[in-house]
Each structure stands twice: as C-alpha cells, then as structure tokens.
Design a protein around this ligand. Structure first.
Ligand code: PLP
Length: 354
C-alpha cells in the first residue's frame, strides 16, 4: 500500500484500458504475464428511476455484475485466484461451490490450462453444472449443501495436493471482489453511497468492498471520509447472518436445512462470519432476510420496470429494500446502491417453478 500511495494516481487509472486489471497495483498478481483474463470488471452502475419513483427514493442505483464473464461477479474473485495460482506454478485447483464460483473457476482454469475439480450440491442450477463441464472441469455432484461439498473437497485437496479455492481459505478471491468498491467510488466521483445492499453467501464481496474503502481512505482517494451503511441480504430459508446480527452475536450458528431458490445464498455458515458481522456493525448497517416469494416478485419488478433480469440473489436486495423502507431505515434522498451479483439467465430452471 505504501508503494501504491506513491506510484498510483487514481485519475491515471481511469485512462487505462477497461477491466478489473486497470487496478493491478491493488491486486496480488506480481507479473502481468500471468494474468488470465476473460474481460471481467468495469460493470455498469445503472440508475433505476422508475423503481425509485415507486419506492419514493430519489437516488437509487444498481451495480450490475451480470455482464461479467460466466454471468456473475464470481468471475472477479476466481480470475484473481486462478491467475495467482498460475503465477505460483500450481497445476490443480479444487473448489466446493453453491454454483457460480464453480462455473467461474472452470472457465478461468480452462483459459489458464489448469486442471479443475468442482464439488457442488446435486440440486445446483443446471446452468452451473453445464458451464463447468463444458469448460472441461471434473464436476462431482454432492448429496447435501456447500458445507458438505467443502468437507469432501478439503479431504481431496489434502490427500492429492490440489490447491483449495474455497471462500476465505485462500487470500486472493476477496482481493478480486474488492475492486467492485473501487469501481463504485470512481463512478461516483470518488464518493461512496449512503447505503449498499449486498446479497451475502460466503461474504467475499461485502468484506472485500469494506477493505477497498479502507484502502482508498489510506490512499487519500476519497473526497469525503463517509462510508456506506452495509446491508447484508439473505433468504429466509438460510439466514445465519441476520439471525446472528439481530441477536447481537459475534459468530453465526450453522443454519440447518438451508433452502432457497437464490442458490448463491445457500451458505449455512460462512468461514468469515465474524468479519462479516463486524463490518456490518462498524458501518452502522443491518441484515435483512427476505422470502423466496418476495425475491422472485422483486426479480419480476426489476426486469419489467428497468430491463434488468437479475439473479435471484441480486433481486433479494430489492426485496430487502422494501422492508427497510417500511422500517424507515432509509431516507428518501439517500444514495442507495443494490448489487445485482449475477444474470437471471443462469436460473431459468429454478425460477420456472414459481
Ligand atoms: C456467490 C454469490 C453470492 C454471494 O456472494 P459472496 O460474496 O460469497 O457473499 C451472491 N450472488 C450470486 C449470484 C452468487 O453467485
């Protein structure tokens, strides 16, 4: 960071070719030769004025991550981790996943020429299974949830020497995801919004952005020191973070029988639960759980009123916002950014059941 403070000029970064690697000084790959890119990052920050008007909000935005390679923001983290794995000379990478992380890892592993092994629940959306297999990854479908997949991947990694890319068990994915925070600040002329709603599974995006805000403060890049209130959004069928947050707990309990159509949120206990909860509290934020029915309705609203076909996880943020409006937790003139973390097109089968 000290080197970055001296050498990097935020306004010069703006003039570089588009994409996440504009910010390479902030990322862990040392030699640009090892960067394995598919064109990730620099996603749109879109105003949603019609929904804003209906909700009585004047300054409402979506950071739309659906345009990333493999159709979700998981590309950012896996791009970074796979590039770094390549730089470190690793040949075999393994991941337990709720879906999109597996698809992203498979694509970047194919591009890097690395061998990929993926453990995912057998009821993961078929798009995730197919995108992984077509990219040449070996996919093992697991009875149970991501937590069960993680246990199996861990044993396999230890026994056969695979590099484990599980959320927060390696340091690189969170670095890739933090770039969302840099892009957001840059798009808002080096200010941050009042409120960010973020759909939380393992929590890399939330933790990563919070880290980016601290880095930008240390670099002196922000026009005002004000940080956003962070809202962690989960589904009622798997809501360990809201439960722990409202109970005043420092850790989450394992959520038994996790079930939601927002498969990226089906994480019964994040490895980084303590950090997620601490970051939400430090931001004066909150945590909200929404029903699957509410998030599916929000998905329809966002598509029909604004043309954004969000992943169920991203749509959950709009449903959570409706709750926060009822609680007077947000004010009409506040600048609010919802994160749409993926494309609705990856969920055609699961959402057809509604
Ligand atoms: C993985 C995932 C999430 C949760 O992201 P974390 O950073 O792990 O909390 C949200 N939305 C989608 C579409 C995902 O694939």
């Amino acid at each position: 960071m000290n080197a970055a403070r001296k050498e990097v000029d935020r306004d010069e970064i703006h003039t570089r070719p588009k994409g996440m690697w504009r910010w390479h000084e902030m990322l862990p790959v040392q030699d640009p030769e090892y960067i394995v890119s598919l064109g990730e990052g620099d996603t749109s920050l879109l105003r949603i004025p019609r929904v804003g008007k209906e909700f009585g909000l004047a300054d409402l935005w979506v950071k739309d991550e659906s345009s990333n390679p493999t159709g979700s923001f998981k590309a950012r983290g896996l791009c970074t981790a796979v590039s770094r794995a390549k730089e470190l000379g690793l040949k075999k990478i393994i991941i337990p996943t709720a879906g999109n992380a597996g698809g992203a890892m498979a694509a970047y592993a194919a591009r890097a020429g690395l061998q990929a092994l993926i453990y995912m629940p057998k009821d993961t959306p078929s798009a995730n299974i197919q995108e992984s297999r077509i990219a040449g990854a070996q996919v093992i479908l697991v009875e149970g949830l991501i937590s069960d997949a993680a246990g199996m991947a861990e044993v396999k990694a230890r026994e056969e020497g695979w590099f484990d890319l599980s959320t927060f068990k390696e340091p690189y994915r969170v670095e890739g995801k933090k770039i969302m925070g840099y892009e957001l600040a840059e798009a808002l002329n080096w200010t941050l919004p009042d409120v960010i709603l973020y759909p939380t599974g393992g929590g890399t995006g939330l933790v990563g952005m919070w880290k980016a805000f601290a880095e930008m403060e240390a670099l002196g890049w922000l026009e005002e020191p004000k940080r956003p209130r962070m809202v962690s959004v989960q589904a009622q069928g798997c809501a360990p973070i809201p439960k722990a947050f409202h109970a005043g707990a420092a850790f989450c309990d394992f959520w038994p029988g996790a079930q939601t159509v927002a498969s990226g949120l089906r994480v019964p206990k994040s490895f980084a639960d303590r950090i997620i909860l601490a970051n939400i509290r430090a931001s004066n934020g909150t945590a909200v759980a929404v029903s699957d029915e509410a998030l599916i309705n929000a998905q329809k609203k966002l598509a029909a009123m604004e043309g954004i076909f969000a992943a169920p996880e991203g749509a959950a943020c709009l449903a959570a916002l409706e709750e926060l409006i009822k609680q007077d937790w947000v004010k009409p003139d506040e600048r609010i950014v919802l994160f749409n973390t993926g494309s609705g097109l990856k969920y055609l089968d699961p959402i057809a059941r509604y």
